[in-house]
Design a protein around this ligand. Sequence first.
Ligand code: ADP
Ligand code: TRP
Length: 337
Amino acid sequence: MQNKTVLTGVKPTGTPHIGNLVGAIKPAIELGNKVLEAGGRHFMFVADYHAINAEKDPAVLNQKLKEIACIYLAFGLDPNKSVFYRQSDIPEIPEITTILFAYTPKGFMNKAHAYKAAVDKNRAAGKPDDDLINMGLYTYPTLMASDILAYDTDIVPVGKDQVQHVEIARDIAGMINAHYGKELLKLPEYSLTKNAVLVPGIDGRKMSKSYNNVIPIFADKAEIKKAVFAIKTDSRPLEEPKNPDEILVYEIYQAIAAPEKVQEMAEGLRQGKLGYGHIKNMLLDAVVEMTSEAKEKYEYYMAHEKEVNEMLDLGASKARPIATKTLERLKNAVFGR
Ligand code: ADP
Ligand code: TRP
């Protein structure tokens, strides 16, 4: 991590849930802080250009952007240390993208999984392959390559679904460097978010906004309670010893509670001392404990939009000069200036 540049982008879609928090948001902030301590650079941005491919309502976009920015701030992203910005505030990004297009084989886009998934969905519905697929979705990985390459990024922490995109960025950079015979662009690497626990949802499938099975992060306690008490259980009596590994409430608890608390729940279940009501209350307490401090901050930031915008503006003012340098380097090479 010494002197490395780490960059993460997050799309402002959906309302984040406990799975996103444990699997993506917290690890990203922790990694960022580690990189900064080791003398490196940390870039964190909201990918609003990527979001407009799917979301066309400005009010929704604006609200989601605000929510996601406030969540990262609430969980400890320091905008004075990390470079925290909106993608759309960096006009050099689409400019770099235009240059990258000239070196991006169309076949890369054909194979990109977000596009392929959209085509498969159309086929399954008996519609034409490209029905309702816009060029933004089709060329998504090239814009993402530009996000990454603009800042000489070394490492892009990603979930499995984004690995292909980082590889495409690396390939495009490699082709451009090979063409001009010099390292115009730094070759990025991905790092798979290690030990990221996959949090199950209240129905036992992966917690996901698409399954409507989430525990929300900042809802009021009654709403969180409703989600927690809806977690699937069976009708075995309290006294019957149970194997914790077969109990969904315990699985979710494991992902968020302190190890000694997890141990306590496991023993209580094995010894028939804890029933489903008890363990659901324990889980509810753990969710509230994990989020209550951040919730206050979140509400503060949500009510102080101007302050948040100033933080994002500050980030853009730090990001732009770096992206500008990359763009200049590329233009000089491409146009022989
Ligand atoms: P969703 O499945 O709700 O649509 P996304 O696909 O937008 O979530 O994921 C955003 C980030 O959160 C990704 O990095 C992903 O790996 C992480 N994530 C999503 N769901 C979970 C989960 N249930 N457990 C752990 N991490 C998750
Ligand atoms: N495609 C990413 C996602 O859907 C978001 C993103 C856009 C991104 N540009 C990026 C992630 C650059 C890492 C680096 O989650």
